[in-house]
Design a protein around this ligand. Structure first.
Ligand SMILES: C[S@@+](CC[C@H](N)C(=O)[O-])C[C@H]1O[C@@H](n2cnc3c(N)ncnc32)[C@H](O)[C@@H]1O
Length: 283
């Protein structure tokens, strides 16, 4: 059965970006994005504690590395990866087929309003996919509905920008001396779930038990060498250069390059990063 793609108006603008050029970039750079977060893979799946028969939901699965990891662990269960991005899901489907994981399925959908059968899943996981909801209370209520009572929710989200040197250094360099507008801390975006107090309120009001927060830190990998990292980072954040004149652009790219060069190691270009591993169960 094909379902009509139903997107909440609060997510429409971001959905166009994920389903358009931005998602195409993530699809094209899937290996590098996965590599960037590799250090978080083990603690994330330790927390998810997936059993062989579990039914799993992967929220904002993107190109599906976590969906495939979950499918291997639940070899007698099944995993559904939902995402707004057609180009990223194309990669996810191709890779799951190539890795012979018939228990991994994917659907293009807005998790905030997807009509989940009630109690359909034992576990819901998300690696940096739950910070973008236009209406977070509604989205977490819908996720709670999808889980059976006692079902686990495991999310990896960013701690605030000041603990993520990669973000502050890259955005400062690309701003080239301009003061760029800072979105409110709870606005949809990478840092929307950085405040444990806010997240505890959101989750308990949505029907979850009070969550547990584990602070994780790990080096984040941006490329094998500074040239590769420069291409990757400007592909991701190059839109910040808009509005700069030639001199500003040159300065921004030189500052970025200088920082990448000082972070080059034998293992690649690495920056400190900090996340929350948030675990809870459906009440
Ligand atoms: C930062 S990416 C992470 C992708 C993937 N989880 C990973 O770790 O590679 C965030 C993903 O969340 C998806 N996303 C954002 N809002 C969503 C929503 N309302 N419903 C479904 N997917 C959403 C985006 O399309 C994007 O693929």
């Amino acid at each position: 059965m094909t379902r009509t793609l139903q997107i909440d108006p609060s997510n429409a603008e971001r959905a166009r970006a994920w389903d358009g050029e931005e998602g195409e970039y993530w699809a094209q750079e899937a290996d590098q994005f996965d590599r960037a977060l590799r250090a978080y893979r083990a603690p994330f799946f330790d927390a998810a504690a997936i059993g062989p028969t579990d039914r799993i939901l992967d929220i904002g699965c993107g190109t599906g590395e976590t969906t495939r990891d979950a499918a291997r662990r639940a070899d007698a269960g099944r995993v559904l990866g939902l995402d707004l991005s057609g180009p990223m899901l194309d990669v996810a489907r191709r890779r799951a087929a190539a890795e012979q994981l018939p228990n991994a399925a994917f659907e293009q959908a807005d998790v905030q309003v997807y009509p989940f059968p009630q109690g359909e899943f034992d576990v819901a996981v998300s690696r940096t996919g739950t910070m973008f909801f236009g209406d977070a209370p509604a989205a977490f209520r819908n996720i709670a509905r999808a889980l059976r009572p006692g079902g686990r929710l495991v999310q990896l989200v960013w701690q605030p920008p000041q603990y993520n040197e990669w973000f502050t250094v890259f955005t400062t360099a690309l701003a080239a001396g301009r003061s760029l507008p800072t979105p409110p801390p709870d606005a949809p975006g990478p840092f929307a779930l950085a405040d444990p107090e806010r997240v505890s309120g959101l989750l308990t009001e949505a029907g979850f038990h009070p969550p547990h927060f584990t602070a994780l830190t790990a080096p984040m990998h941006f490329g094998a060498d500074p040239d590769t990292a420069q291409r990757f980072v400007t592909g991701l954040l190059g839109w910040l250069l808009a509005g700069l004149d030639d001199a500003g652009r040159t300065r921004a790219l030189a500052d970025l390059r200088a920082s990448l060069a000082t972070h080059g190691t034998a293992e690649g270009v690495l920056y400190p990063s900090a996340t929350w591993l948030i675990t809870t169960t459906r009440a």
